[in-house]
Design a binder for this molecule. Structure first.
Ligand code: C5P
Length: 305
C-alpha cells in the first residue's frame, strides 16, 4: 500500500490572554488561533507492529516523547489496533517557534491513522485523545480562525474567518513554552476584567477590525526567557508596523513574530525589508476553516487513488 501523505499546518496566536493558573500548573487561557499555509509534510506507512518516527530535523526527538508518536500509540491503545506505523516528518515549521508544529503533527497523525485504520472516529471521536497529548492539539482537529478557552483545548470556530497575508519571522531562537509559563507565574496578576479578545470579536462582527485590542500576555515573559530576542523583536515590529501591518505580534510563547496584512503588496515589501535586515522571513497566508478542511479532503483522495 502507498503511504498516506498529509500536510500538517502551523498556527499563529492572534491574541493570547492568561487568566490564571490551575492547581496542576496549567494556565487558564483565552486565545485566538489562526492556521496558516506553512506545513510540515507527514507520511504514514504501515508497519507490522511498532510505531517509528523518522524526521529530517535534528532538534525533533524521534523517541516516544515525540507528540506524533504519542498520538499513534494512544490511538492504537484506544482502538485496540495491533498494526504499527512509520511516521515520516519533513519539517518546514520552525521548531520551538510558538507555531504549534509538534501539536499539529500529533493531530495530523490522529486524523491520518483514523483513516488508514478505518476507525471512523472523526474530530469528535479524536478530541478526548487529542487533549491528552497537548493543549493545542484539539485546535488542529478543526483549524481556521477559532477561539481557544480553558487550557486552549476548548475550541470554538469564529463565524467570521480571517483571510490575510502573513509575514512570519523566525528569529531562530528556541523558546520553551513550559519555562515561559513558569516565568509568568511570578508576575501574574488577576485578569478578570481584561477581555481583549471579546472586543476584537465584537468589532470583527461589525466588520470594523479590532486588531489593536489584541495582546499576547506571554510576550514579556518570553523576552525575559530569551533576552537576545528583545532587540530583534523591536526591529521586527518596527518594520512590520512601518509597512502597515494591521497586527504585529509574537505567536504563542515565541520565538516567531508575525505581521498580518490585508494586501499582498505591503506584505511582500515587509518581507523583503526584513530579509534585507538579515531576518528569516516567510510570506504565507491564513487558512480558513473551510480551506483547512479542503486540504484534508485532498489528502483523503490521495489515499483512494
Ligand atoms: O500542552 P502542551 O504540552 O502543549 O504545553 C506545553 C507546556 O506549556 C506545558 O507543559 C505547560 O507548562 C504550559 N501550558 C500551561 N497552560 C496551558 C498550556 C500550556 O501552563 N494552558
Amino acid at each position: 500500500m502507498k503511504p498516506l501523505r498529509l500536510r500538517s499546518f502551523a498556527k499563529i496566536n492572534l491574541g493570547l490572554e492568561v487568566l490564571g493558573v490551575h492547581e496542576d500548573g496549567y494556565h487558564e487561557l483565552r486565545t485566538l488561533f489562526q492556521t496558516i499555509d506553512l506545513a510540515d509534510e507527514i507520511s504514514l506507512a504501515p508497519l507490522p507492529r511498532a510505531v517509528r518516527v523518522v524526521c529530517d530535523h535534528p532538534l525533533v526527538p524521534t523517541d516516544a516523547t515525540n507528540l506524533a508518536a504519542r498520538a499513534a500509540e494512544l490511538l492504537r491503545g484506544y482502538a485496540r489496533v495491533a498494526q504499527g506505523v512509520q511516521i515520516r516528518i519533513k519539517k518546514r515549521i520552525p521548531v520551538g517557534g510558538g507555531l504549534g508544529g509538534g501539536s499539529s503533527n500529533a493531530a495530523a497523525v490522529l486524523m491520518g491513522l483514523d483513516r488508514l485504520w478505518k476507525l471512523g472516529l472523526g474530530p469528535d471521536g479524536l478530541h478526548r485523545l487529542a487533549r491528552r497529548i497537548g493543549a493545542d492539539v484539539p485546535y488542529f482537529l478543526l483549524g481556521g480562525t477559532a477561539l481557544g478557552l480553558a487550557r486552549g483545548d476548548e475550541v470554538y470556530p469564529l463565524r467570521r474567518q480571517i483571510r490575510a497575508h502573513v509575514v512570519l519571522v523566525d528569529p531562530g531562537v528556541h523558546v520553551s513554552t513550559a519555562r515561559v509559563f513558569q516565568r509568568l507565574d511570578g508576575q501574574l496578576t488577576p485578569r478578570e476584567k481584561s477581555n481583549s479578545i471579546f472586543y476584537f470579536i465584537s468589532r470583527e462582527l461589525e466588520g470594523s477590525g479590532g486588531y489593536r485590542f489584541l495582546q499576547n500576555d506571554l510576550e514579556e515573559a518570553a523576552l525575559e526567557e530569551a533576552p537576545v530576542l528583545r532587540e530583534q523583536a523591536g526591529r521586527i515590529r518596527a518594520v512590520l508596523s512601518r509597512e502597515g501591518a494591521s497586527l504585529a505580534a509574537l505567536s504563542g510563547s515565541g520565538s516567531s513574530y508575525f505581521g498580518l496584512f490585508e494586501d499582498a503588496r505591503p506584505a511582500r515589501r515587509a518581507r523583503a525589508a526584513l530579509a534585507a535586515e538579515g531576518f528569516r522571513a516567510l510570506g504565507v497566508r491564513t487558512l480558513t476553516l473551510e480551506q483547512y478542511r479542503g486540504a484534508w479532503g485532498r489528502s483523503r483522495n490521495r489515499l483512494r487513488q
